[in-house]
Design a protein around this ligand. Sequence first.
Ligand SMILES: O=P(O)(O)OC[C@H]1O[C@@H](O)[C@H](O)[C@@H](O)[C@@H]1O
Length: 457
Amino acid sequence: MTGTTLLILGASGDLTSRLLLPGLATLLTVEGERSVTVVGSDLPEMTADAWEARVTSSFEAAKAAEALPRVLDDTRYVAGDATDRDTLAGLIGSLDVDADNPLVVYFALPPQVSAKVCTTLAGIDLPANTTLALEKPFGYDAQSAKELNELLAQSVPEDRVFRIDHFLGLYTVLNLLGLRFANRLLEPVWNRDSIEKVEIFYDETVTLEGRAGYFDRAGALRDMIQSHLLQVMAVVAMDPPASVGQRDLRDAIGQILRAATVVDPVACSRRARYTAGSIGDRRVPDYAAEEGVDPDLGTETLAEVEVEIANHRWAGVPFILRSGKSFGRVRKQVVVHFKPPAHVPDGLLGRDTPDTLTIDLRPDTFTLSLTTNGAGDAFTLGRTDLVGELGGSQLEPYGEVLSSMLDCNPRLAVRGDAAEECWRIVEPVLDAWERDDVELETYPAGSQGPDNWSSTR
Ligand SMILES: O=P(O)(O)OC[C@H]1O[C@@H](O)[C@H](O)[C@@H](O)[C@@H]1O
């Protein structure tokens, strides 16, 4: 079997040891035949022993130490400045790659540095079949995303750019394809005639967890909605693609994003920030008092937007996207609310709750909640929940995305146009927030958001 060389730029950073190497570790365990040469590079000097110890501890953390020998055999670390042309060209030139043994350059770097490295790369001849993999955030607005796309296009074709969104590796999200398109039942009602609204929630109990340096400048809207939840929305809303090949799938996602807008950025968005509280027995300080936070930035830890998709299928159906940190309980769901039936026969009493389909993102289940005849009295209606499991994966989302990346298949990558569209959708909201046109509310850590947000109950 041929092998891939994974060149990690920013290899001494937290992302590499916390997500990338553990993701690779589980992937290599599940895919026993896969061969990957890992080359780490970053500014600080690091001895071969220190690099191997780092790789080892990431593999051990992922409980995948048995895959270690396959990586330790030929891994190495090279100190250097990837923004310097000669250094980067020298590093890439030293790798044992060709068309059959492709190169993946993984940018585990802060966005500003990634942009500089892209400029440097544009002046270097890359080996055939090189893939460039970039972490989020992809740019910081639509214009910078466009510029980054143009730079990348100077180095490799679009289908060799892997903009990472690990939510596209979530099995539940991938399972939506089967659930939606492989049944006769759902697709005919998956539209504005039958659906009242769709909610996509990602409420987490995690707090800032020492990420002030990044999160305080991003906030929940950029961190979660601009990136992940709009992608999930696109998969929920897209038209049936002809195939699950990268082109068809990404065309379908792109069409939805192009049709999506926040119609009134002030009335259709809300933001809030957590204050001190407790999550279980864990005391959580006020966000503004967390180390590294600049309280004057007014960063939100909870964001909600209502998106409209202006097309034949969805016009008029609100898609409510919300994500918050430091909640009292985890709620990671897509909830599809169906409209009431056109007529319920007179004499059938008690139908007051709409039918819903709830898709849980981790654990992967779905619940179809239907109105049925209640127990005891056939003329008084009740509810029945049909709960089903969605098939899981042996891989964590990062492993799933990595597998696709190392196969040089961009199916699970965000395409350049989609990345720009996601910024276009949220930019009017970011501007309204910047102008303080939308109040920054508060909620105690450990609660379910501000009291007056009915959607958080
Ligand atoms: O649930 P997961 O897979 O950890 O994904 C959620 C995380 O996704 C990351 O991309 C965000 O930066 C985090 O803030 C968030 O907590």
